[in-house]
Design a protein around this ligand. Structure first.
Ligand code: FBP
Length: 568
């Protein structure tokens, strides 16, 4: 019988419980949570039988292959790996592996399932192995803070959202001293392998670690897992990052509710900013799920080189047209990273990044002299709150913290001003009241959808298999996702094949190339063919909460299905 309470904050006996973490009480779980814990997850059939791992063709890089080859001399060019059925077990079962796992970066529903997948792989295929969970993200590796995971420990987190089983963090392992600390931990725990569950930056870090361990002839191998609600860590072999499906469905429920609210009173324009630091995949997916009146896609703004004024005018034009048919309400979706897509703002941010990396920014404002005239003009034009938000400290990877920039409020102000002008000119006679929302953190820790639950479990199980086979520098890849789970493919893709170089903190660094919304891709094309209809005629869809049973419960999101060529 599984325990209803995990003592000591859920941390295994003998290790001190962190003061900030309390274990999960399954006794207070709702019926739906309990039903998710006990639901057995199906695996791709290749993982249910004896398999062997075969190599695919060699690989290159997503950009600047010569630079990437120099940065990863031991890993560059390695082939992908694919699990295929075999007559007999190809991997030794009498080996006892010591594996570490770390959750890195922002939370995404399904992380606990990846850990359960690795754990169950070891339990089922390499008995007697040990799984260590590094606590609090990559800092846990550097400081050697870990917990030994066992079945009682993992049980309350099975199929549950959140990263609180071992917690996450955004630290980066990048200095020689930090690599040394990671090495010391790997040697101290005698690690055969490490699984890094993270987004583009964390998987870049995973690859750097794999390269470093290999260059030192260490036995520790490193495998990445594609995590991020943003949906921008993907390529042909890695069709989606986990968490995107659940987060979008949670936001779609909230947007749908706001739509009904708007229609019920007819008095508000809801400006909903949606998470997704760089790419607009979440916003696009939510639009496909709910049919809002206006949706701004950052990649389109960048491609058309639109200014802030152009974006404002587009919104105002639709509001004016709707006012003519007495719709003084509506729902507008805005991607979190919008301002970073507007070329003039991009230029300003690039200049601010350089200034913040190299200069002292004090109150006398002398630093502003380093801005070009155009950027200074734009900076002075922006509301003070936005100016302050643009100057906030960059995250450890050098990114502007767009989650803290209230673009929706800025747009409401700009739309109000433009509407006032049009009112005076006589071209607008409606009433405008803007309501701002930011749906971000609300979507990151929900109960994983059936899709994310199964996908993550397979990713974790597959990562276990790759480490068992001694692979390193690969990202766990599960494919054929539009087919039933039994037919999913399982393997690994060379992390270096997803890499390019980018300027961060004023220096060129290797990074996994972000997958942005493709304007020629099926999801955007579908949206573009429908948006005018949604703008003037209210075609709202309010999908309600995520379903775990019944028709459609297993269906993946529109973006993934459309990208895989399915009709939806
Ligand atoms: P990852 O790329 O680490 O998955 O994080 C994505 C994200 O959720 C973004 O959508 C958001 O901008 C950011 O994290 C917020 O970061 P933080 O949790 O540090 O506030």
């Amino acid at each position: 019988m599984a325990p209803s309470f995990v003592p000591n904050g859920g941390f295994a006996a003998g290790k001190a419980a962190p003061t900030s973490v309390t274990g999960r009480l399954t006794s207070v779980y709702s019926d739906v949570q309990n039903s998710r814990i006990d639901c057995e997850l199906p695996l791709p059939s290749v993982l249910e039988r004896p398999f062997k791992i075969v190599a695919g063709p060699g690989s290159s890089a997503a950009g600047n292959p010569d630079e990437i080859a120099k940065l990863f001399p031991h890993l560059f060019g390695q082939p992908s790996a694919m699990l295929v059925p075999s007559e007999t077990e190809a991997l030794p079962s009498d080996q006892k592996l010591k594996i570490g796992v770390v959750l890195s970066g922002g939370q995404a529903p399904g992380g606990h399932n990846v850990i359960s997948g690795i754990f169950d792989y070891l339990q089922n295929r390499v008995k007697g192995s040990i799984l260590y969970g590094f606590r609090g993200g990559p800092a846990g590796i550097m400081k050697c803070k870990y917990v030994e995971l066992n079945s009682d420990y993992i049980y309350p987190y099975r199929n549950q959202g959140g990263f609180d089983m071992i917690c996450s963090g955004r630290d980066k392992i990048e200095t020689p001293e930090q690599f040394k600390q990671a090495e010391e931990t790997a040697r101290k725990l005698d690690l055969d392998g490490l699984v890094v569950i993270g987004g583009d930056d964390s998987n870049t870090n995973a690859c750097l670690l794999a390269e470093n361990f290999r260059s030192k002839n260490m036995k520790t191998r490193v495998i990445g897992c594609p995590k991020t609600i943003d949906g921008d860590l993907k390529c042909k072999e890695v069709p989606t990052s986990f968490g995107f499906d659940t987060a979008c469905k949670i936001y779609a429920e909230m947007i749908g509710n706001v739509m009904i609210d708007a229609r019920s009173t007819g008095k508000y324009y809801h400006f909903v900013r949606l998470m997704g630091r760089a790419a607009s995949h979440i916003t696009l997916e939510c639009a496909l799920q709910t049919h809002p009146n206006i949706t701004i896609i950052g990649e389109e703004v960048a491609a058309k080189k639109l200014t802030l004024k152009n974006v404002t005018d587009y919104i105002v034009d639709v509001i004016c047209k709707r006012a003519k048919v007495n719709y003084n309400y509506g729902v507008i979706l805005i991607p979190e990273g919008l301002i970073d897509f507007i070329p003039e703002v991009q230029q300003l941010i690039a200049e601010l990044n350089e200034i913040l990396a190299h200069d002292i920014v004090d109150e006398d404002g002398l630093w502003k002299k380093k801005l070009t005239d155009q950027s200074l003009k734009l900076f002075e034009f922006l509301p003070r709150a936005i100016q302050e938000q643009l100057m906030l400290e960059r995250d450890p990877h050098g990114n502007v913290q767009v989650a803290k920039i209230e673009t929706e409020k800025m747009l409401i102000q700009m739309v109000e001003t433009e509407l006032e002008k049009r009112k005076q000119e006589g071209s607008y006679k409606g009433e405008f009241k803007g309501q701002s929302h930011f749906f971000g953190y609300e979507g990151r820790c929900g109960l994983p959808t059936n899709f994310d639950a199964m996908y993550c479990y397979a990713l974790g199980y597959g990562a276990g298999a790759l480490l068992h086979d001694g692979k390193t520098g690969l990202i766990s890849s599960v494919g054929n996702l539009s087919a039933p789970v039994e037919e999913w493919t399982v393997g690994g893709t060379a992390l270096t094949s997803m890499m390019d170089v980018e300027r961060r903190h004023g220096k060129f660094k290797p990074v996994i190339k972000k997958a942005m919304v493709e304007l020629e891709g099926a999801p955007f094309k579908k949206f573009a063919s429908l948006r005018d209809e949604w703008a003037l005629n209210n075609r709202y869809i309010s999908p309600g909460p995520i379903q775990f049973k019944g028709p459609g419960a297993d269906a993946a999101n529109h973006t993934l299905l459309l990208e895989l060529g399915a009709r939806c």
